[in-house]
Design a binder for this molecule. Sequence first.
Ligand SMILES: [Zn+2]
Length: 251
Amino acid sequence: MLIDSHAHLDSAQFDPDREHVVRRALEANVKIISIGTDVPSSQKTLEIARKYELRCTVGVHPHEAEQFSEEETLAQLRRLCAEPEVVAVGETGLDYFKEYAPRPAQQMAFRAQLALAQELQKPVVIHLRDAAEDLLKILKEHPGVRGVAHSFTGDWALAQELLDLGLYLSVNGIVTFEKSHALREVIEKIPLERLLVETDCPYLAPVPVRGKRNEPSFVRYVAQTVAQIKRLSTEEIAQATTRNTQELFGL
Ligand SMILES: [Zn+2]
């Protein structure tokens, strides 16, 4: 069994055939955590989780941070978090690469969601791109917060800082790309008990299906590559990452 710890099943790209996508995952013995990216997306993700008996998260992505209001949005997320399918807050975080929302708005939304996660004692799903310094600073304002840095592509120094804060690191199809030599070297050093796997579908399809629409059943290609890097069997990677994901999200 594998768990795709980060899938965007609410994506419109899955509207025509979501049922088949979920069935292919079940047939491949892959469980799914579907990730919300704003309030409507979180509501849709929750409905999908209910329908297919999956787990999900609710949150506001840094790209959408300008819509975040500390009263209304936070109250909506708090209400959604009470549903039994919801296992974490997120995805939230900072993205200074695309910077679709102004940095102060991203920081405010991130702080508010970290505080919500602490209040509700839920883990957080963190998106980080080109904003490590501010992200680490804000994380340190919320000691004891548990979570995962998803789509991890940083260097070993950043990995160590995130691991020291108690976070898990999640890897996806990027690890299978020809050019990701440096990332593979970092993953070799990440302790097995802190590693998760994900697809981030419908984006970032791994080799050998690169360029196609990604889906949860393809997480096996990520696990196979991680197994090669760690010189372990795919089964050992599956067992370890499943256990880690269950621990983190209380599954
Ligand atoms: Zn995502």
